[in-house]
Design a protein around this ligand. Structure first.
Ligand code: NOJ
Length: 750
């Protein structure tokens, strides 16, 4: 007992020391920030709040002059280390106060080594992969002088028509929070002064993923509860993970543009969550508030944004042109400006830029696309592949197969497999599936026809040749999907079918009677119901990045057992969107006993709602593939679900354990998912919510028991903007391999 007391005392003293040294270092940092701030003129302060793009400053001397004058605090899109050093030298040696620049860049899923798109990484359900890939990205990017990435994008997104669904981690708040936090840790490491770290930026704050109809930049109308319970949690997790910057969103939320949203940017982010980094606007989103009809002119937009809590303006110049005059006219307080500059300087100090703003110009040659980075990119791609169908165990193909026909526009395209936002990627590094399949089988066993020049190609001219190739092969692997440019920013689609004549190509290939395996590379869930009958197996590979080729080949031929699970529901059609697992039940929930398919309605049937439920007549009520779904070359069985107690208090917790057995003949990863349902609430609650997941490896025949701890606080929700509650009552939980299945039990909070 005494010994325990000593240990506890020891821990207490240790933590007191850490807290006080933390406080000391904070106050040292704050006094450094204040001493720089105290020297700045109003114009120089406003200069710190300006970020411009090097794209628009083709005149290098003019750019240097701006830096020399202290008119800009940040630059985006400069990735030449020599140019970065030249500009930093001007900033540090020739500007009055020697404040270094912070250099930003969209490093979204890798810098030189391109990892799967974030949505693909999410399909791996593996925070370690996200953290490590982000660390590689930071190492590569900082080696050229980039000290700040505009990533991760942690907008929960439930509508795959939205092109930016590619850039985030899918539809679920918990999965997005977990992976977003992992990305931030990977980028920032433990010490931002290290030459292999960079500042992360949690974006886009907030609710951008809820744009109406998936049209980019569009209106968002959301209840306070949805905002609090679904869209904000990943951002809270980002603050807790230590993200030093945030970016505001382009959209309005309930009539207030995110860039002018004081409630979010100040009340929630700073006051409630304690964020002390800086917030950058999105590109021109400050003056765009005039277009929104929220600001009368650019000067007004500058007041609104600065007062709301936008510390730095990206690319436009509403701040530069107006803030000084506005302060002089007392239309805005200088203290607002001071606070913004403090936030920016603080991050510059944290990055160590005041001590060393320069980059070793030879470093990049040593750190880009190293063998270990490429191996990690391959592993990430392998784990991101989701097997959606595998009729009669078509896959894996045997490596002793006599001949394979590799068909399709995505089979050998070094660019398209990389995905959106790959400014600094290098197609010379890309390894394509065709290359890898040939390497695995030998050239003479592989026939290849592109059949279509690109994914949107509508021609059928080469189909006859592709079919004859298919006929002479033992299996057909058709690589289809979407080109990179069809997803990402500003690339929403209303119809999310496979573009061009790709579906027809699949059908024609199937008419040969050969097994057709579709490998789909895309930046979003596509509605692929129309190719289902013509395929024996389907692998969804997203845009898998530089090492997509070997990853796909390994899965096709069973070197790697697929383990990815969908981070987003796959709709049957664009018209079903948004469709997501954590829906509300409604008063007339659909099931198969009451769904009346469109063709079953008698002609001239009289109007009636009797027996009808919240389904679509044509597409039913279920997605094509549910959230959390993914097949494996083996099978897993769940058994022995047990709870430490069937009751917990409002501050309590229970532990649940479950046994998972690999019942097949090959080892594999299983991603076990824990869902709960709050049966009756003071506001209606989703039918299921993900509360935990675990990815475990099981050898053939092996069983493992895993545990989850479920706390009452995990079941808390906002019933209104400001009231978060844990409500006593009955709950149900499920543990299983996707969002539609699982062992289930009841418990209660009392
Ligand atoms: C606009 C995009 O919305 C944002 O995500 C990106 O980081 C900036 N442009 C900078 O390129």
């Amino acid at each position: 007992m005494k010994k325990l007391a000593y240990i506890l005392l020891g821990i207490a003293i240790l933590s007191a020391c850490t807290t006080s040294s933390h406080r000391d270092s904070n106050s040292v940092l704050e006094s450094k920030v204040d001493s720089v701030l105290a020297k700045l003129t109003l114009d120089e302060k406003i200069g710190q709040m300006m970020q411009i793009s090097s794209y628009y400053s083709s005149d290098a001397e003019k750019l240097k002059e701006l830096v020399r004058k202290g008119a800009i605090g940040s630059l985006l899109n400069e990735v030449d280390p020599k140019a970065v050093n030249d500009l930093q030298r001007v900033a540090v040696e020739e500007s009055t106060h020697g404040i270094p620049l912070i250099i930003g860049r969209d490093v979204i899923h890798g810098f030189r080594t391109i990892f799967p798109i974030p949505l693909g990484q999410a399909a791996a359900w593996n925070p370690e992969i996200v953290e490590k890939s982000s660390h590689v990205a930071a190492t590569e990017a900082r080696s050229v002088g980039v000290t700040w990435t505009f990533s991760p994008m942690i907008d929960v997104a439930r509508d795959p028509r939205w092109g930016r669904v590619a850039e985030g981690y899918g539809e679920d708040p918990l999965l997005t929070s977990t992976l977003g936090a992992a990305a931030i840790k990977g980028y920032q490491g433990n010490n931002l002064t290290n030459s292999n770290t960079m500042a992360a930026c949690a974006k886009h704050f907030a609710a951008y993923g809820a744009v109406e109809a998936g049209r980019d930049y569009n209106t968002v109308i959301l209840s306070d509860q949805e905002l609090r319970n679904v869209y904000l949690p990943p951002f809270k997790a980002a603050v807790d993970a230590g993200a030093v910057t945030f970016m505001s969103a382009f959209n309005e939320i309930n009539g207030v543009p995110a860039t002018g949203n004081k409630l979010l940017l100040t009340n929630v982010l700073r006051n409630q969550w304690g964020f002390n980094g800086f917030v950058v606007s999105d590109w021109s989103s400050v003056p765009e508030m005039v277009r929104h009809g929220f600001a009368t002119d650019e000067a007004h937009s500058a007041i609104i944004a600065a007062e709301a809590g936008i510390d730095m303006e990206m690319s436009s110049d509403a701040y530069a042109l107006n803030l000084a005059q506005l302060v002089k006219e007392k239309k805005i307080s200088e203290e607002v400006i001071n606070n913004a500059v403090r936030n920016i300087l603080r991050v510059k100090f944290q990055l160590g830029l005041f001590d060393n703003p320069y980059v070793d110009e030879t470093l990049s040659q040593r750190v880009m696309a190293t063998d270990s980075a490429m191996a990690l990119a391959q592993k990430a791609a392998e784990e991101s592949i989701v097997m959606l169908k595998n009729e009669n165990n078509t896959l894996p193909l045997s490596t002793s197969i006599k001949r394979v026909a590799v068909i399709g526009p995505m089979a050998n395209d070094r660019y398209e497999q990389l995905g959106t936002w790959i400014f600094d990627g290098d197609t010379n590094l890309t390894i394509t599936p065709l290359h890898s399949i040939k390497k695995l089988l030998g050239n003479n066993k592989v026939l290849f026809s592109k059949a279509l020049t690109h994914s949107r190609d509508n021609s059928t001219n080469s189909f006859a040749q592709a079919k004859s190739m298919a006929k002479s092969a033992d299996a057909v692997v058709v690589f289809i999907g979407e080109e990179s440019i069809l997803s990402g920013e500003a690339h929403g689609r209303a119809n999310i079918d496979l573009p061009g004549s790709q579906a027809q190509l699949v059908k024609e290939l199937a008419s040969t009677g050969k097994p057709v395996i579709a490998v789909i590379m895309a930046g979003r869930p596509l509605s692929i119901g129309n190719i289902m009958p013509y395929t024996s197996a389907i692998l969804y590979a997203w845009h898998p990045g530089t090492m997509g080729g070997p990853a796909i080949a390994n899965v096709l031929f069973g070197v790697t057992n697929p383990s990815g699970k969908l981070p987003i529901s796959f709709p049957r059609s664009g018209g079903q969107c948004p469709i997501y697992y954590a829906k509300k039940n409604s008063g007339r929930p659909a099931d198969y006993t009451n769904w009346v398919p469109i063709d079953k309605i008698p002609v001239r049937a009289p109007q009636t709602s009797l027996g009808n439920t919240n389904h679509h007549l044509d597409d039913g009520f279920e997605p094509l593939f549910p959230f959390g779904f993914g097949l494996s070359y083996t099978t897993f069985e769940y058994s022995d679900l047990s709870l430490s107690s069937e009751k917990m208090g409002t501050n309590g917790a229970i532990t649940l354990s479950v046994t998972i057995t690999n019942t097949g003949k090959t080892g594999g990863y299983e991603i076990a998912q824990l869902y709960t349902h709050d049966v009756v609430g003071s506001i209606t609650r989703p039918v299921k919510e993900l509360k935990g997941f675990a990815k475990i490896w099981l050898d053939a025949g092996e069983s493992k028991s895993i545990e989850f701890t479920l706390s009452a606080s995990d079941l808390a929700f906002y019933k209104s903007w400001s009231e978060q509650v844990v409500e006593p009552g009955q709950f149900r939980l499920w543990v299983g391999g996707n969002s539609t299945t699982g062992l289930t039990q009841q418990f209660s909070i009392e």
